[in-house]
Design a protein around this ligand. Structure first.
Ligand code: COI
Length: 354
């Protein structure tokens, strides 16, 4: 493993693995035996340790609880057969986490702590990586401010944790989404490109309103005009029109999704024309009406690909065409799953093997 990184280990004497019931497991509801923890104080990261997954004490004055300096990542590990654990594109998560940290005025995590902690944790809890089809081990690295101080300023101390959670499929059916024209997820100068906890907090109320109307999630539009599509729920969003795979361009209002860039890369290798650009709501509704929109789907770590069945715009439901086995979204999901589980060659070197 990493020579310069010292990780103190205190292991559980009471593994919960035998209680794990993968059948119908709810995403994010069950946690593996251990977690990796590091603390930042006096301008440096240290005290790296692996401990049992357990609660810890917090001061009521802990800065994250008041001003929300908190960022996270999500990535997945898969069983590659013969006890091998394959982690999908962890370096991309590491890099994105540090971009989020910069935006939220938090310290960089050194690569050896992020990657070294991740590898040691997965090595130790490798039996928690589920093997059934469609399952994976969801990995949640996150960092939060720990100063016991309620003055408003960047915290001087932080904690970084990685824990893992066995996961099945995220959405069990194609989703119904509603175009949001009032609330905003992101706006120029905001924090939309960061994986900041506050972005998710702010999305809950508009999403709840849409759910009360029978939709799974919202399609977020730009914060200035609400004419251009940016994301869907907690995912990036893509549209297939003819041979063109269209998605909103990255930047400060759209999260730089790792599944997003993997799908775009595969699509362009398969001969699709990939267009990363402004996508107006009217262009998409027009394409649905003319019958040229073949597919719409969300991409994200948790769901991988979430096909969209219905888009609601200005009170009207638009039904998308049914998808067969050969649909692009089915093909790309299969290809990604096969790469992630080592069934086919990982020709982009996306996997890190543990
Ligand atoms: C993802 O799928 O990438 C997410 O961020 C979803 C997570 C918030 C559960």
């Amino acid at each position: 493993m990493i020579e310069t990184l010292t990780i103190k280990k205190s292991l559980t004497s009471n593994s919960r693995l035998s209680e794990l019931e993968m059948d119908g497991i709810k995403f994010g509801s069950y946690y593996s035996d251990h977690m990796f923890v590091a603390d930042y104080r006096n301008g440096a990261w240290g005290e790296c340790r692996i401990v049992p997954f357990e609660s810890f004490k917090m001061s009521p004055a802990m800065s994250v609880l008041h001003y929300g300096q908190s960022i996270f990542e999500g990535l997945k590990a898969y069983s590659g057969g013969n006890g091998k654990v394959l982690v999908f594109r962890p370096i991309d998560n590491f890099l994105r986490m540090n971009e989020s940290a910069a935006r939220m005025c938090m310290p960089d995590i050194p690569e050896e702590i992020f990657m070294g902690g991740l590898k040691e944790l997965l090595d130790l809890d490798r039996s928690w990586v589920p093997t059934d089809e469609g399952t994976s081990l969801y990995i949640r690295p996150f960092m939060f401010a720990t100063d016991e101080f309620i003055g408003v300023r960047p915290s001087l101390t932080y904690r970084f944790i990685i824990f893992t959670s066995p996961a099945g499929t995220y959405y069990s059916e194609p989703v119904k989404v509603k175009v949001e024209k009032y609330f905003s997820r992101a706006f120029p100068g905001g924090t939309g490109a960061a994986k900041a906890a506050g972005n998710y907090a702010a999305s809950l109320y508009p999403a709840k309103l849409a759910q009360q109307e029978g939709y799974h999630q919202l399609i977020w539009t730009d914060g200035l005009t609400h004419k251009y599509i940016e994301e869907a729920g907690t995912m990036n969003i893509m549209f297939l029109i003819g041979n063109r795979l269209i998605t909103s361009k990255g930047g400060e209002t759209v999260l730089d999704g790792i599944t997003r860039k993997s799908v775009l890369q595969l699509a362009s290798e398969w001969g699709y024309k990939v267009e990363e650009r402004s996508v107006s709501v009217s262009e998409i509704i027009d394409a649905v009406e003319k019958g040229t929109l073949k597919e719409a789907f969300g991409t994200g770590t948790a769901a991988t690909i979430a096909q969209i069945a219905i888009i609601n715009n200005d009170g009207q439901d638009y039904q998308l065409p049914p998808l067969d086995e050969g649909a692009f979204s089915n093909r790309v999901l299969k290809e990604l799953t096969d790469i992630k589980t080592g069934k086919i060659e990982d020709r982009h070197n996306w996997n890190v093997s543990i």
